[in-house]
Design a protein around this ligand. Structure first.
Ligand code: PIR
Ligand code: CA
Length: 337
């Protein structure tokens, strides 16, 4: 939704693999007044490319998103085997609520080409890409359109983490699903903010939070409640969590209101080999660079030390996150999908 205030909305592209939390991220991206959603692109991840693309278009109908392009991207990772976490998202990738037939058309263009088109048509630096799935499309974009990399305003991605994984002890799903692509994305010159499990595991959709959402009383809020019910049951069964983490919505929220996260600039590497650690994101906290926001570990003020262009989220204002989500859903209202 466009800002009703004077400051222009931040333009974003959402590159996703819906996926329960991706679906909620899309709703937040649409309903938040500080964001202008330019396009939705999809990548294989939580389910096959075909399924997640259909899901994205079905969610568009739920949200009342029209008039922006939807395009499908990579159906396989660059190098490794395809992983599908169907124990979490179910056979459709979005099990739980009844999904409407998609009504927005699917563009006849590859996601990577659509991203390139949008980046070249907009002012340099004005568009932020938010990947909430594996990074295959974004890595392909960097390789296919190297001249456009510097025009990207930033990459705020959900993935990784510096103290835990979820698929393995070391690796988070979006990175493990395509570690080589992730390595490319972290090595490029664009600013990258990593919104990882360290912070997403701090925003759990526990029953009290869901009551707050359901109280909005719209068909869209009810849809989210049904998503969270399935997603939460998976998380309870697999991990014994009191509610499912709002991974992907947090990445969108961080762009809408950066004060939601505390971030520390530090070099980030992706382990692509490793016996136990393939897909791990390794944050070099020995070399954090932050004058106003120290992690407390090895912060340098050395003027000769070049600040890294990667940052890791280390803390989250959960209260602010939920307020933002409630506000976005309230603005969307009923869509009568
Ligand atoms: C969530 C995901 C994958 C596996 C599990 N167990 C839970 C998906 C989410 O959509 C999110 O983008 C990211 N990958 C979290 O790892
Ligand atoms: Ca996702």
């Amino acid at each position: 939704m466009n800002a009703d205030s004077t400051s222009p909305a931040q333009k974003i592209i959402l590159d996703c693999d819906p996926g329960h939390d991706d679906a909620i991220a899309m709703l937040l991206a649409h309903g938040n007044p500080n964001l202008e959603l330019l396009a939705v692109t999809t990548v294989a991840g939580n389910q096959t490319l075909e399924k997640v693309t259909t899901n994205a278009r079905a969610v568009a109908r739920v949200a009342g998103i029209t008039g922006i392009p939807f395009a499908a991207g990579a159906s396989r990772p660059l190098v490794g085997p395809q992983l599908i976490p169907d124990e979490i998202h179910g056979d459709s990738g979005l099990d739980g609520p009844q999904l409407p037939e998609p009504s927005v058309p699917l563009e006849d263009i590859h996601a990577v080409n659509l991203i390139a088109q949008i980046i070249s048509e907009n002012e340099p630096g004005s568009v932020v890409i938010i990947p909430t799935g594996s990074l295959t499309n974004i890595a392909l974009f960097a390789r296919m359109y190297p001249q456009l990399v510097e025009r990207v305003g930033g990459i705020t991605l959900m993935g990784g983490g510096h103290h835990t994984g979820n698929m393995t002890p070391a690796a988070e799903f979006n990175i493990l699903a395509d570690p080589e692509a992730a390595a490319i994305v972290f090595e490029e010159s664009w600013p990258v903010t990593m919104v990882g499990l360290d912070v997403t595991h701090q925003v759990l959709a526990v029953p009290e939070r869901m009551d707050q959402l359901k109280a909005i009383g719209t068909d869209v809020a009810q849809f989210i409640a049904e998503l969270v019910e399935f997603f939460g049951a998976s998380y309870m069964k697999e991990r014994n969590y009191p509610g499912p983490p709002m991974h992907d919505p947090l990445a969108v929220a961080a762009v809408a209101d950066p004060s939601i996260l505390r971030t520390v600039r530090a070099p980030i590497y992706v382990e692509t080999q490793g016996q136990h650690a393939r897909g791990q994101t390794i944050v070099d906290f020995r070399r954090t660079w932050s004058h106003n926001d120290p992690s407390g570990l090895g912060v340098t003020d050395d003027p000769d030390f070049e600040a890294p262009n990667t940052a890791v989220a280390v803390d989250v204002d959960a209260e602010k996150f939920w307020d933002l989500l409630v506000d976005a859903l309230t603005r969307i209202g009923n869509t009568n999908f």
